[in-house]
Design a protein around this ligand. Structure first.
Ligand code: C2E
Ligand code: MG
Ligand code: MG
Ligand code: MG
Length: 280
């Protein structure tokens, strides 16, 4: 029917565009249900100290176990959710699950500080810190065991309001990390105005470490900047031993990436952690 449409020259009704909006609405409806019924699950990726290789925490990464489409990564539904009112309930579900898991591991004798990704919707919601406090109490988790990872873009819409939320979270004792540093709406200004504890170097810089001296210069400079501001540095996307050695040499103290371990379901992560401690 393409010929038919071409013949008309102009299309009054664009079935393709309609499909997309229909698809979007149906994804949102399904996602709303998925949050309620627990179809979202968390995988956990270890963070290790570069010098001792000691396991020092995990990042919780959300996945959607969709009844027909299989296991969906966050790129398949977070951007859609961000255009809706679903990010608050989604993030709270993720926080609750991550804290419950941290507590369950603790009861098994495994102490794994946990990091959760938090976007703009939560930072612009003045009620968010109180709900985090409630969840910490509910699962009897010390605030310092929780790190909130913020992407720089989350601070763009209303920096003052985001800063107020971050200060309230920090007052609770929650650790704050700036995620994917150096990408997107990158601004050094945030390092001055946000009460941060940690900086995560985006994996696009990690990937360039092997391609010559400029990659090392950039990562080295970010590490120095972070240390001058008393921030811990995590380098993400470490995919081989050479890179791990390189970032250790650049005084980056924490690493995360496929070379250490891929994100794993909770049970598999606990098993990995137990074996890892034996061989570390
Ligand atoms: P992120 O927070 O920067 O998380 C790191 C991403 O890099 C994860 O992708 C992880 O699987 C991937 N990764 C880890 N190590 C390596 C490596 O060595 N090489 C490569 N190429 N990739 C690696 P994932 O799980 O697909 O998550 C993508 C993004 O989705 C996250 O980026 C985060 O921004 C967002 N996200 C994940 N979970 C949540 C959540 O619960 N809430 C919100 N708001 N965003 C989330
Ligand atoms: Mg993150
Ligand atoms: Mg990141
Ligand atoms: Mg990243």
């Amino acid at each position: 029917y393409a010929a038919k449409r071409g013949h008309l020259g102009v299309t009054m009704y664009n079935p393709e565009a309609d499909d997309h909006s229909f698809e979007r609405l149906s994804v949102l409806g399904e996602l709303r249900r998925a949050i309620e019924t627990g179809e979202l699950e968390l995988h956990y990726q270890p963070k290790v100290r570069t010098h001792t290789r000691e396991l020092c925490g995990v990042e919780a990464l959300v996945r959607w176990r969709h009844p027909t489409r299989g296991l969906l990564g966050p790129d398949k539904f977070i951007p859609v959710a961000e255009q809706s009112d679903l990010m608050l309930p989604l993030t709270e579900a993720v926080l609750a699950a991550a804290l419950a898991q941290h507590r369950a591991w603790l009861n098994d004798g495994l102490r794994l500080p946990v990091a959760v990704n938090v976007g703009a919707a939560c930072l612009l919601d003045p009620g968010f810190p109180d709900r985090v406090a409630l969840l910490l109490r509910e699962y009897a988790v010390t605030a310092g065991q929780l790190t909130v990872e913020i992407t720089e873009s989350a601070m763009v819409t209303d920096a003052a309001r985001a800063a107020a939320t971050l200060s309230a979270l920090r007052e609770l004792g929650v650790r704050l990390s700036i995620d994917d540093f150096g990408t997107g709406y990158s601004s050094m200004g945030y390092l001055q105005t946000m009460p941060l504890d940690e900086l995560k170097i985006d994996r696009q810089f990690t990937a360039k470490l092997r391609s010559g001296p400029s990659g090392r210069a950039i990562v080295g400079a970010i590490v120095e900047l972070a240390h001058a501001l008393s921030l811990d540095v995590v380098v993400e996307g470490v995919e081989d031993e050479e890179t791990l050695t390189t970032v250790a040499g650049l005084h980056c103290e924490i690493a995360q990436g496929y070379h250490v371990c891929r994100p794993l379901p909770a049970d598999a992560l606990a098993e990995w952690a137990t074996k890892y401690r034996v061989f570390a």
